[in-house]
Each structure stands twice: as C-alpha cells, then as structure tokens.
Design a protein around this ligand. Structure first.
Ligand SMILES: Cc1cc2nc3c(=O)[nH]c(=O)nc-3n(C[C@H](O)[C@H](O)[C@H](O)COP(=O)(O)OP(=O)(O)OC[C@H]3O[C@@H](n4cnc5c(N)ncnc54)[C@H](O)[C@@H]3O)c2cc1C
Length: 292
C-alpha cells in the first residue's frame, strides 16, 4: 500500500486548519490497514485515525505520526439490517438509505464518516437520537486483532463509546445497524426539515462543529453566550454569532488561535466544560483529551 509523506492536512478537515502529516495512509482493505498499523509501529510513531475531519484540527507544523484515513466505504442491505464500512460518509448513507425506505434521518446534517460517528456516538443533543440507537455490531482492529463487539460492549453514552477509552487506538472497520422502515417521501421530508433547521441555527463555513460539551444540564452554547463571548475573536478564529458553541476559521486561522480562544472560554465560563473538538499537536498527542 502506498504511504505518502508530508501530506497537507488542512484540506482533509472541515475547519481547514493544520500543517502536514509526516506519513499518510488511506487503506481500502483490512490487510492494508494492518500494514499501516505495522508501519507506524516500525517507525515508532503514533497512529492517528481520521474520518471526515469534521471534529478535528491539526497543529500547524509537521505532525510526527502516521495519519490513517479509512477509504473502505461499501454498504450492504438485507431487510432492515445495514452493514457499512467505516469510511462511508454519514450524510451520504442517510440519503441513500432514504431511497430504500430505511430511516436514519434523525442523523441528518452530521458531517463526517460512519467511523467517526461511532467513536463519538454522534447524533442530536443530550435528549435526542444518537448513532448508538441503530447499532448492532461493530468490527474493529484492537490490540493487533480483529474483534466484533456487540452493542452492549461498546458502552455508548452521550458522545462517548468504549473506543474512546481504550489504551491502544482502535481501528473501526465496519458497523452493522438496524434501520427502521418508513415511507421514502416521509423520510426525505424529515431530512429537508432537519437540514433547514440547521441552516437557520448553524454557520455554514469553515468549522469543526460544536467545540465544547457541557458537563451539567445547561447546554455549552448557553454558558458561552451568558459569559458574553458570542462574536469573540482571537487571531482569525471567531466564536460564531449564529451558534456560540461553533468556532469559525475566518481564513488563515492557526492552531494557536484556536487553542487561545478555547482557553479564553474555559477561563470565562465558571461551569466546567469539556472540549469535544479534537486538537492534535505536532507530537501526535491530543490536547485536552486523553486520546488522539
Ligand atoms: C457543521 C457541523 C455540524 C456538526 N453537527 C454535529 C451534530 O449534530 N452531532 C454530532 O454528534 N456531531 C456534530 N458535528 C461533529 C462531527 O461531525 C462528528 O463528531 C462526526 O461524527 C465526526 O466524524 P468524522 O469522520 O469527521 O471524524 P474525525 O473528526 O475525522 O474524527 C473524530 C474522531 O473519530 C475517530 N475516528 C474516525 N474514524 C475512525 C475509524 N475508522 N476508526 C477509529 N477512529 C476513528 C478519530 O480518531 C477521532 O477520534 C458537526 C460538525 C460540523 C462541522
């Protein structure tokens, strides 16, 4: 498998911030994925998994790691059972299944891949529908072997899964879902309604989505708003006027700008806030998070 060097990372993220990956691999098969894992071990470099990059930004220099983006994206269906490979784009899956009368529409408007959505149990807000609602099985390469985990072993919670807590980086390959049937037109109407709501409430520009996760009951955007930080700017990173939990790259923003504005928010908001966005440093470790 081809492993490229010094590959620009900003274009592979939705916030468009970041330098270059020392090594970059895009495996299409399980064998190629194993090769990339072995390559990282040989080089003594961290392995960083990247999906659609919609929740991730990288430091501005060279990331001394092997960055891997899974390109496998096949989907199969049998009745209400859908199996999708991790590299499948979630919005594409939602639309394709709608054509077949299978309803994943509550997950409308979430950018990124199926793999990313499983790791972070992506979905609506704390009281809404999340990815885990549909999950039956997850297949992943964990500690050097392929394992298939039933849903109850995945320990899903709001934006959490067991995969985030593993000591070695798990490589999610495939997920089996049960997707309820519904009239295709009704699904498409719901997709349209949810997209419209997002257009009204969220900025559509260079962003990585919600930056913070509230620990308590009050949503993070409300805490940030109450601290008077809506519209705040450091360098070229802006706290969105439209949605106070979204950071925006106005063009030419740096990793340092992003870190500085996150620190300002954490200092200004009295209640504890967790950083939901993934910020990867040059040495391949993640800021604020235990995992990369
Ligand atoms: C405009 C906008 C709106 C958003 N709205 C929502 C929302 O409503 N709800 C929500 O939950 N999120 C939302 N997000 C955040 C983001 O879309 C989700 O977190 C998404 O699931 C991330 O998927 P990704 O493939 O882009 O992940 P990336 O950012 O590429 O990676 C995120 C995490 O997943 C891991 N990962 C990805 N693929 C794999 C794999 N195959 N194996 C192992 N690990 C992997 C990465 O290592 C990383 O830890 C939004 C983002 C944007 C930009």
């Amino acid at each position: 498998m081809q492993i490229d060097e010094h590959v620009p990372l900003a274009p592979k993220t939705t916030m468009r911030i970041g330098g270059r990956a020392r090594y970059f691999a895009e495996p299409k098969t399980k064998e190629e994925a194993e090769e990339a894992v072995a390559f990282a071990q040989e080089k003594g470099l961290p392995l960083i998994l990247l999906g659609g990059g919609s929740n991730t930004i990288f430091a501005d220099g060279t990331i001394e790691a092997v960055v891997m983006r899974i390109k496998a994206d096949r989907v199969s269906r049998e009745g209400n059972i859908v199996t999708a490979e991790a590299g499948k784009l979630l919005p594409v899956l939602v639309n394709e299944l709608a054509e077949h009368g299978l309803d994943l529409s509550p997950l409308t408007g979430i950018p990124g891949t199926v793999g990313g959505a499983i790791i972070g149990n992506a979905g609506q807000g704390p009281k809404g529908v999340w990815m885990d609602q549909y999950v039956v099985l997850v297949t992943a390469f964990i500690d050097g072997r392929w394992r298939t985990l039933a849903k109850d072993k995945c320990k899903f919670a709001y934006r959490e899964s067991v995969f985030k807590t593993m000591s070695s980086i798990p490589l999610l390959w495939e997920v089996t879902l049960t997707v309820p049937s519904r009239d295709p037109d009704a699904i498409k109407q719901n997709i349209e309604r949810l997209l419209q709501r997002r257009i009204e409430t969220q900025p559509h520009t260079k962003t990585a989505g919600s930056c913070f996760k509230a620990v308590g009951e009050t949503p993070a955007w409300q805490l940030i708003d109450a601290a008077g930080l809506r519209g705040e700017k450091i360098g070229k990173v802006l706290i969105s006027e439209k949605h106070a939990n979204f950071l925006i790259n106005e063009g030419g923003a740096t990793f340092a700008d992003t870190v500085a504005i996150i620190e300002r928010v954490k200092r200004s908001v009295k209640e504890p806030l967790e950083v939901e966005m993934r910020l990867i440093r040059e040495d391949g470790t993640a800021l604020w998070s235990t995992k990369s």
